[in-house]
Write a protein that binds this ligand. Structure first.
Ligand code: HEM
Length: 466
């Protein structure tokens, strides 16, 4: 069972128990960038074994599109680790599949849409939080700080309000605890061992990261349970739910569908916290890093915003007038590429792709990194250049701009995330000039390996603009 199946895509050799792990470059182990390394050797689709698990990497945009438009390529891996996190079995959205995934995904998309775009309160909530983030930064009085310390809690707060109708002070320990549990679960070096080789937990529960994984999962479970216990239903004047939890409970009553239950709700809340916070916060940290590395672009963005808004706060309708700023945000997302391998998919039955046979239950990774850095498609792909997203003075959409993934599993928070990035980034650019800290190493474009990759922590200074 450790042997590669017939007509399997080309890839590195495989040995019993460890599979292809010993043949992988060390720095690539935890990151989607690994696939960049294999592309040059094996072509558009590669296959390898991790233990007895077949793993497929797809680099080619058209092949990813073809595969991920199919239901059979859109399941999630079966994993006892994630089952533990999901209170015993697949639940919620992110690692769920089948009917349970479909109804939760559909409901969450609709609810976020109702809150986000029909209802000004989410836009107000983002702006309110953006202002709190800026006030928090202003208190540093120009002394060096780490970007991620501010963004993580601020971004989490936006989601907390959408879920529960409550926000916290940025210093509240609840936010910091939640950020620690999320980061610990996906960025700890030890946990990466058990995620890659789940069997290690039976022999080395401590060293493999299994004990850490359980600890962080239990923290999230306790926290989501407490949120539900304390939650008061919240309705507007026409009895419309004002927060996600109220909407979920109404949906459970309305449909009578047992898929909508407290345990799935707990997992869905946890999924949304995990999927929304590090992703958006890391993108903002990368944004400030690029502004420090490219002060001329920072100035250009500030001039555009100053000229268009004349000092007033932004609204989402300003996007069409802030073409250079919007293009800069897109370029930040393209270059930062924080989820380089998207999330793993599972093939629910044997399939064909690119002429190869993809066995049932293979894990599939799509290289969003490669799609957004393919040198045959993007001119000077490794350069930070917002103008690649501008054509005839307008923002140029590109189907290969895929930071949110491709196909049936595409991020369901993409519009919300883009709105958050837009409002928070503009407020930051309006209120401060960002520069490197003179007392710390000059920041570099370096990743911190994880499923969601932020920049290596760096210190910066925020000088208030008059
Ligand atoms: C810059 C911010 C974000 C980025 C770059 C991002 C990116 C991604 C990516 C690449 C995926 C995986 C797609 C796949 O499996 O093929 C994903 C899934 C997901 N994201 Fe996001 N995301 C961001 C923000 C958010 C936000 C704000 C939410 C809030 C609701 C969110 C909720 C989700 C959920 C629930 C999934 C799982 C979807 C499913 O499995 O059906 N994300 N995201």
């Amino acid at each position: 069972k450790f042997m590669k199946p017939r007509n399997f895509p080309p890839g590195p050799p495989s040995i019993p128990i460890l599979g292809s792990l010993p043949f992988m470059p060390k720095e690539a182990m935890a990151t989607g960038i690994l696939w960049q390394h294999f592309k040059s050797r094996y072509g558009k689709v590669m296959g390898m074994m991790i233990g007895d698990q077949p793993v497929i990497g797809i680099y080619d945009f058209d092949l990813i599109k073809e595969a991920y438009s199919k239901e059979e390529f859109s399941a999630r891996p079966n994993s006892e680790l994630h089952d533990f996190r999901m209170l015993g079995k697949k639940r919620g959205i992110v690692m769920n599949d089948g009917y349970g995934w479909k109804v939760h995904r559909r409901f969450t998309l609709k609810t976020l849409k109702d809150f986000g775009f029909g209802n000004a309160s989410v836009e107000d909530g983002i702006l309110e939080e953006a202002n709190h983030i800026c006030d928090h930064i202003a208190k540093k009085n120009g002394s060096p700080f780490k970007a991620e310390d501010v963004f993580n809690v601020g971004i989490l707060n936006i989601m907390w309000k959408i879920l529960t109708h409550k926000r916290f002070d940025l210093e509240d320990p609840r936010l910091a605890n939640c950020v620690r549990a999320i980061n610990g679960q996906f960025s700890s070096d030890r946990v990466r061992i058990v995620l890659a080789m789940p069997w290690t937990r039976h022999f080395f529960p401590e060293m493999s990261g299994w004990n850490d994984w359980k600890k962080f999962a239990i923290t999230m479970q306790d926290m989501t349970k407490q949120i539900l216990d304390e939650h008061e239903p919240c309705f507007g004047p026409n009895h419309e739910p004002l927060d996600f939890i109220t909407a979920y409970k109404e949906e459970a009553k309305r449909t009578g569908d047992p898929e909508f239950n407290d345990r799935d709700l707990q997992t869905t809340i946890s999924d949304i916290f995990v999927a929304s916070s590090d992703t958006t916060a890391h993108t903002l940290s990368w944004g400030l890093l690029y502004m420090i590395l490219h002060p001329d672009i920072q100035k250009k963005v500030q001039h555009e915003i100053d000229d268009a808004l004349l000092g007033r706060e932004p609204t989402l309708e300003d996007r069409a007038r802030l073409v250079y700023t919007d293009a800069t945000l897109a370029e930040i997302q393209r270059r930062a590429n924080i989820v380089p391998g998207a999330l793993p998919h599972r093939v629910s039955k044997e399939m064909k792709l690119g002429g190869y046979t993809i066995p049932k239950d293979s894990m599939v990774i799509s290289s969003l990194y490669y799609v957004m850095h393919d040198p045959d498609y993007w001119k000077n792909a490794d350069q930070f250049d917002p103008t690649r997203f501008i054509e005839n003075g307008k923002f140029r959409k590109d189907e290969r701009f895929v930071p949110f993934g491709i196909g049936k599993r595409i991020c369901l928070g993409d519009t919300l995330a883009r709105n958050e990035l837009f409002v928070v980034f503009i407020r930051l650019m309006q209120r401060f000039n960002f520069e490197a800290s003179p007392d710390h190493p000059y920041p570099k474009e370096e990743y911190l390996p994880s499923t969601v990759m932020g920049p290596k922590p760096f210190h910066l200074r925020a000088i208030p603009r008059s």
